[in-house]
Design a protein around this ligand. Structure first.
Ligand SMILES: Cc1ncc(COP(=O)(O)O)c(C=O)c1O
Length: 371
């Protein structure tokens, strides 16, 4: 039995607990647990400021945030998105009887490839959903040009990209709106949580109504809606973690640099790079296991798991190979060659504030042993 500490991908980044307990006490003094309390209001104000966007509507999680954004934008028919994403991006569409049309990704960004979108557009297409994968932004300008040319809506799933930028502008204000997840595994978490951010006043108003059953005041429902509300205790965690974001960033960057140093020179293993001119949260340590590496990606993962290093295959096998899409869209793999190839070769390694320099040395030693 291996007695070494277990390292996970996505261990939570947790800020100063004193500040969190103070906020928790405040919640119990106020006796206001949910329904747009003072902490949720403060959380939304501070997030909007941090992201440089006019409106931030907090949510109970990123999936419901996606569902509400999709509905508020009146999407219908078909929507183009990458298959190389977490399943929630596709499910949020299919949940509302909208057909996800999977597009291949660019080998440079791992995000949706703008050159492959236009051939998928037809009269039923209502939107494009870009996903900023592993902290790296989509080619936002190219996507906006295509959306404008064809009169399509443009939505971004920014679950991986909190605190990142595109063209030196913080992600959050692009397209019609952007959607964040503050799940415990994300760079920035509120236990569970999410948000929709936008600069569009009317859209923001609609999303806010939809997030709270359509209530426009006591006893006055003016719109169809659901329950997408964030609780006060989640906002307390979010506010606390927001205060500590710089220290999370410092640890992640240090970890990334250590991985870079210790993995450099290994044959057949490529660490994913970031554009140093952009802001990045450094939350994803992604290696590409090439054919020249002595073990396959899956064999390497099995070895790491045996040694209590829970590396993960993101996004394996791609949404198009999961249900219900796999049955509906057989042979789609041929169109998604980059997705298929990368999803079989990428491995995500542990980082975050729970992972220290010695842990990274251990992980890298285990990988180097195979070389
Ligand atoms: C790309 C992506 N989209 C959507 C989600 C869904 O967010 P949540 O888990 O907060 O519902 C996640 C993560 O969980 C994700 O990684």
């Amino acid at each position: 039995m291996n007695s070494e500490k277990t390292l996970h991908v996505g261990s939570p980044n947790i800020g100063e607990l004193e500040a969190f307990w103070e906020r928790a006490q405040f919640i119990f003094q106020e006796k206001w647990l949910t329904n747009r309390g003072k902490l949720v209001q403060q959380f939304e104000r501070e997030l909007a400021k941090f992201l440089g966007v006019k409106h931030c509507i907090s949510m109970c999680n990123g999936t419901v945030a996606l569902e509400i954004a999709i509905r508020a934008l009146s999407l219908e028919g078909e929507v183009i998105l990458p298959s190389f994403t977490f399943i929630a991006t596709a499910h949020a569409l299919q949940w509302q009887e909208i057909t996800p049309v999977f597009c291949d990704i660019s080998p440079d960004t791992f995000c949706i490839d703008p050159c492959k979108i236009e051939s998928l557009i037809n009269p039923k297409t209502s939107a494009i959903v870009g996903v900023h994968v592993f902290s790296r932004p989509c080619d936002v300008d190219a996507l906006q040009r295509i959306a404008d040319r064809h009169g399509l809506k443009l939505l971004f799933d920014a679950a991986h990209a909190f605190g990142c930028s595109y063209g030196a502008k913080t992600i959050g204000g692009f397209g019609n709106c952007e959607v964040f997840s503050f799940h415990a595994t994300k760079f920035f978490n509120s236990f569970e949580g999410g948000a929709v951010t936008t600069n569009d006043d009317q859209l923001a108003e609609k999303i806010r109504l939809m997030q709270n059953f359509g209530f426009a005041g006591y006893d006055n429902v003016v719109h169809i809606g659901t329950n997408g509300k964030m609780t006060e205790i989640c906002a307390a965690m979010g506010l606390t973690n927001l205060e500590n974001i710089d220290s999370f960033l410092r640890v992640n960057k240090r970890n990334y640099d250590l991985y870079r140093e210790k993995l450099s020179g290994l044959k057949g293993l490529e660490l994913m790079c970031f554009d140093e001119a952009e802001k990045c949260n450094w939350q994803y340590i992604v290696v590409e296991v090439e054919e020249t590496f002595p073990l396959t990606r899956d064999k390497l993962m099995e070895k790491l798991h045996r040694e209590n290093v829970v590396a993960r295959r993101y996004f394996w096998p791609g949404c198009h190979r999961m249900q219900p899409y796999r049955s509906k869209m057989q042979s789609l793999g041929q169109r998604l060659s980059i997705t298929e190839s990368l999803s079989s070769r990428l491995l995500v390694l542990p980082t975050g504030t729970a992972v220290g320099p010695d842990d990274i040395s251990r992980v890298c030693r285990l990988i180097a042993e195979c070389n």
